[in-house]
Design a protein around this ligand. Sequence first.
Ligand SMILES: C[S@@+](CC[C@H](N)C(=O)[O-])C[C@H]1O[C@@H](n2cnc3c(N)ncnc32)[C@H](O)[C@@H]1O
Length: 476
Amino acid sequence: MMPNAAAAGIEAIRRDPNFPRLKSMVIDATGLAYYADKDAAFAERINRRLPFGSIATVGGYLAALEAEGPAGAEYQGLINELAVGETFFFRYIEQFDALRAVAIPECLRRNQSSRLLRIWSAGCSIGPEAYTLEILLKQHFASQLDGWQVHIVGTDINGAFLEQARRGAYGDWAVRGLSPETLDACFDRQDKLWSVKPKYRQWTSFMPFNLVDGSIPSYPHGIGHFDIILCRNVMIYFDEATRHRLLGNLHKALADGGWLVVGHAEAGPQMNELFIPVSVPGATLYRKQAEPAAPAMADRGTPPRPAAAPAPLLKSRRAAAPAPDAAPDPALRPAPRARKVTPAATPPAAPTPPDTAETNERSTVLEACLARVEANRLDPGAHYQLGLVEEELGVGDPVAAFKRALYLDPRFVLADYHLALAYWRRGRLVPAQRHFRNAREALEIRPDDEAVAEGGGLTVQELRGMLDLWLTGEEG
Ligand SMILES: C[S@@+](CC[C@H](N)C(=O)[O-])C[C@H]1O[C@@H](n2cnc3c(N)ncnc32)[C@H](O)[C@@H]1O
């Protein structure tokens, strides 16, 4: 189709009276509320699918999808168009470091008698997260895992992503940032692709699974009783209610004492209601409470209290911006104290009620931010930082804090970006869209490699890519 004809087709789809129903049906089936305020991007995806067979109208398309349901071939084809699959090997390396330092050793101790380790990469896209786990386990725990049964299952709603995951061969983008040594150790070069070495593909398998449709745990699918679940950069595309439901389901799908890892931007206050946050430098893992009936095991299995690192939040104003599927620099987030975690090797401390300790720490961080604002009322960075902390803790008025930062410095592009995210999380899609657009426009004439202010090394080009993803659904 010629570009003008395509644009006219997309516009006609947007204006079709059946368009809103089609969109809400697909969002219900996939959880992808991300498209709620992205009519143009959604219509463009529909346009790619039309004409579908003999059907060339939105009403006909809607009826066909309704008739076949989300498992049908055309529905799947549409989902393949809609899902955002950005991923790469060792993404957020600090989370893998945390698994290696804390969670995996704990699982090995806890499962010593069963010799079974089960890990789920939920929303695995084309598979790097799952293979990264196998590489990590084989490189660091090979001897301890000798004689164990290890299962790493990657699931996704997108069948095309899963096919590539099973092939295990990737272009340069998926392995970006890996050292030549890691590339050499983990991949075979085949044509222009990086193919995961067979020895790192023995424990990993992939299968389709819709995280918002049907029950979890789903024992017929082998989804349940996991020691570790990674569900990163998936919930960010869902609305609050879906995210809440999914978190409850992931909690049920974990073994007692099991560990959950989410994307940095996905850790909201409700995480702390269900899980015990365990802070390690650079990352927070979330742990399901171990069975109360087995306190001795749980205590033995609990990691030593890692050095929580709330200080950088207060010392530094540099914050990395989250991608739609990324987050503020974790080092800058208040690391909530690991509640109810008893360090195995420390003498019993004066019994502080855990909730009080956590509350104290939160209020210390918050108070420090407020004090900084008080002392530097005209410093946009102070207001911005307060906004980040308030958003993270679910207190105060982060929207107002980001607005103040922008008022003081209208060119403060990350304040625009975080204001947009804050609006988005509150379902305020119109102002969210406006601030994403403002941020995007502000970056238009800036050099690609310029560092974004307060971005912790984030470049203009990287932030543009993130914004494009939000604005158009297209990866840069
Ligand atoms: C941005 S990728 C994240 C990949 C990987 N977890 C990471 O962090 O690198 C998001 C993935 O979630 C998947 N997804 C979206 N909605 C889903 C759903 N309802 N059920 C299962 N997977 C879903 C998408 O297909 C996509 O592959």
